[in-house]
Design a protein around this ligand. Structure first.
Ligand code: SF4
Ligand code: SF4
Length: 252
């Protein structure tokens, strides 16, 4: 279909959990593929052997900078994609690969891993380990509306995507961010969303405020990105119903 957007999926040092999260849209994924997205490249699902020129690339995983092929793949992804989306905590922030130190067979020299934003310019972050299926779906629909929609739809898509674009300004994450950017700023309202979002239960609520267990934190960035007092966007809140209606209408 000519008016679909083209999508690539570059899989670097990730666990395929982000791929599973995309697939967990169930029928919604089929609707996306049927109406909006022409999948050009995705090693797990399609047989294309080389990175393709596309409108949007999702990138899963961080980059092992001791692996020439991985470095080449992320650079080629940037060159061939109009929009690059870092999908999941590893691509956005390094996540568990921040703890890699090398020394393991059969590639003991594979010791250093970086989030993709340290090597290329990234346009949109979808944090989370794993990111939610709904968020992946919403970004895909909004990317379609941004590139192919009416003026009104483009405005909605811009309102939705801008906070996720602003997230790309920083490639590091851990519980400390909640301390420095929310709690220390007097912004925390004790809602507990951060504790609910943490995939490893590193956050407990003590006397109504979040307490982080540093040794449990895997540096995924979910807590900060889910916190309603972190990068609160009035544009998204003011357009919430219209954005939601646009997504739901698109998935009919
Ligand atoms: S999600 Fe944000 S506002 Fe809510 S308890 Fe955690 S730090 Fe505080
Ligand atoms: S505290 Fe939990 S949610 Fe926050 S960065 Fe660490 S692992 Fe992720």
């Amino acid at each position: 279909m000519a008016d679909k957007i083209t999508l690539g999926y570059t899989h670097l040092s990730g666990c395929t959990g982000c791929t599973v999260a995309l697939a967990d849209n169930y029928a919604g994924l089929l609707t996306l593929l049927d109406k909006y997205v022409d999948l050009k490249y995705m090693p797990t699902l399609a047989d294309a052997r080389h990175i393709q020129k596309v409108d949007v690339s999702f990138v899963e995983g961080s980059v092992c900078i001791n692996d020439k092929l991985a470095v080449q793949e992320i650079k080629e992804t940037r060159e061939k994609s109009a929009i690059v989306v870092a999908l999941g905590g590893c691509a956005c922030y390094g996540n568990i690969t921040r703890f890699s130190r090398g020394g393991q067979q059969n590639q003991p020299a594979h010791e250093a891993y970086l989030p993709i934003g340290d090597l290329i310019k990234v346009d949109v972050f979808i944090p989370g380990c794993a990111p939610t299926p709904q968020m992946i779906r919403n970004v895909a629909v909004m990317a379609y509306l941004l590139l192919k929609g009416t003026k009104e739809q483009k405005d909605l898509a811009t309102a939705f995507l801008t906070p996720l674009m602003k997230l790309t300004e920083k490639n590091e994450a851990c519980f400390c961010e909640l301390m420095t950017q929310v709690i220390n700023q007097g912004l925390c309202m004790g809602c507990g969303t951060c504790a609910a979002a943490c995939p490893v239960n590193a956050i407990t609520m003590e006397y109504g405020k979040p307490q982080g267990e540093r040794d449990l934190c895997i540096k995924c960035g979910a807590c900060y990105s889910q916190c309603p007092r972190s990068f609160f966007s009035f544009d998204v809140v003011e357009n919430y119903e219209a954005i939601n209606e646009a997504i739901m209408a698109a998935l009919q």
